[in-house]
Design a protein around this ligand. Structure first.
Ligand SMILES: Cc1cc2nc3c(=O)[nH]c(=O)nc-3n(C[C@H](O)[C@H](O)[C@H](O)COP(=O)(O)OP(=O)(O)OC[C@H]3O[C@@H](n4cnc5c(N)ncnc54)[C@H](O)[C@@H]3O)c2cc1C
Length: 422
């Protein structure tokens, strides 16, 4: 069936899915018994909307990921990095711990996602913390808890205040939710640090846009901003980060903020590996999809998710990079792969976000909810979307425990870095 292609292995069912994130994971799951081979550099799918809660400790980090082998029982999994594709020979090269492999395919799905968008800001790559992966969330949680310990041990007021200052650059979903959840974590943890109770805490949110959460309707965004201000979060809109050092962030409005904690959540850029693969890309580096989710000009190659520019026949706009869209694209792509292709179209049903402390915002079928109802709808929606009953149950247990007991404040920065023997 694969002609005279010589390859070390062939993709199961002829379908090779590069990337096991939201988009790739759901394509393989939707393909069901037809099967597929997934190449992913992690053996789980990260459910990113729950990442802020994993960072804040209301959820065990392990519970916001879904093992791909359980999520897609009919798929085969290769743990490794896709390093190249040959569109003529219909093969892909994969780098695994056991060495390089070549995989032959009949159909290939490009779902390689995005990476944090970096800008040439002095000091950014050396001093900023990122918030994109599970490792980032665990690192951020440990970092915040470490700042509390450092502030507690500090002998002068200035250092104490600096340790308790946290700057988030980027006020989209990731930045707002992470700031809200982590400030809750710090406030809860302070009950164990009596020396720090009188030291002011400073949480700062910075964005170049005129409003925070530009993705959601202005009344809900304004509610989120008012709620954060009520908690003394300092919001700087129409402002950019000029530079950052180990102990200071400087903003374009000339505010100088002494801090050891700058979190960069200012958007994502398509996976840069795609630039090396002779594919049709748009000006942002996204792979160009046609309305059937083929890569433009390649009937046997498909794309979706954050790495792709996907036209939407219902909105007449390319889709934004969200889980919601990746999931709908995955469903259409799986059907197109197995039957007669139909154009992709999806009308957004709503948007949800949490703001910590039992507060949230949600717009569902035109109904706008905020405060506790918004928070409840947000959690219910994520629980519904999360694959696997066992994962849902673990999340419910974590949430229930968090309602009755204080958060765990152990800083596990050395987890995964054991001491060498001898
Ligand atoms: C902190 C955060 C919070 C978010 N919150 C929300 C939210 O509340 N609601 C919402 O709708 N969206 C949210 N998003 C956006 C959402 O996560 C993305 O739109 C979605 O994950 C896109 O899916 P994807 O599969 O295209 O990319 P990803 O989920 O990033 O998956 C890409 C996969 O490809 C793998 N990969 C990359 N390169 C290679 C390679 N060379 N070889 C093999 N594998 C590779 C990666 O390891 C990853 O598993 C959030 C994003 C972040 C970062």
């Amino acid at each position: 069936m694969l002609g005279d292609v010589t390859a070390e292995r062939q993709a199961r069912g002829g379908v090779l899915v590069l990337g096991g994130g939201f988009a790739g994971g759901y394509v393989a799951r939707e393909l069901g018994k037809r099967g597929a081979t997934i190449v992913s550099n992690e053996n789980f799918m990260l459910y990113t909307p729950l990442l802020p809660e994993a960072a804040a400790g209301t959820l065990e980090p392990r519970h916001c990921v879904v093992p791909l082998r359980a999520m897609c029982p009919h798929a085969e999994m290769i743990l490794g990095s896709a390093t190249g594709i040959d569109l003529e020979a219909q093969t892909a090269s994969v780098e695994t711990d056991e060495g390089p492999q070549t995989v032959a395919w009949q159909d290939m799905v490009l779902a390689l996602g995005a990476v944090p968008r970096s800008l040439p800001v002095p000091g950014l790559s050396e001093h900023a913390l990122s918030f994109k992966s599970l490792a980032d969330a665990i690192n951020l949680r440990n970092h915040v808890l470490h700042q509390l310990e450092a502030a507690d041990g500090a002998l002068d007021e200035e250092e104490r205040a600096r340790r308790l200052t946290f700057v988030f650059v980027g006020a989209g979903y990731a930045g707002v939710e992470a700031l809200a959840e982590l400030s809750d974590l710090a406030e809860d943890a302070l009950r164990y640090y009596p020396r720090l109770r009188s030291t002011p805490r400073r949480w700062v949110l910075v964005d170049a846009a005129p409003r925070i959460l530009p993705e959601i309707p202005p009344p809900l965004g304004d509610y989120a901003a008012a709620e954060l201000r009520r908690r003394n979060v300092e919001i700087h809109v129409e402002t950019t980060l000029e530079s950052v050092t180990v102990d200071e962030a400087v903003l374009s409005n000339e505010t100088r903020i002494p801090t050891n904690s700058l979190v960069w959540t200012a958007g994502v850029a398509p996976n840069p590996v795609l630039r090396e693969w002779s594919l049709p890309l748009d000006e942002k580096g996204r792979v160009e999809a046609d309305e059937f989710l083929h890569v433009r000009g390649h009937e046997q190659v498909w794309t979706l998710g954050d790495c792709a520019r996907v036209p939407n026949t219902r909105s007449d706009q390319p889709d934004p990079p969200t889980c919601q869209h990746a999931l709908r694209q995955a469903r259409r792509l799986a059907r197109n792969l197995s039957g007669t292709p139909e154009p992709y179209g999806y009308r957004m049903l709503g948007q949800v976000a949490t703001l910590g402390r039992h507060k949230g915002i949600a717009e569902v079928l035109g109904l706008r909810l905020r405060g506790f109802p918004g928070w409840w709808v947000t959690r219910t929606y994520h629980l519904y979307q999360l694959p696997l009953a066992s994962r849902k149950l673990r999340v419910v247990v974590d949430w229930t425990v968090a309602l009755f007991f204080p958060r765990d404040i152990a800083e596990l920065g050395r987890l995964g870095h054991p001491e060498k023997l001898g």
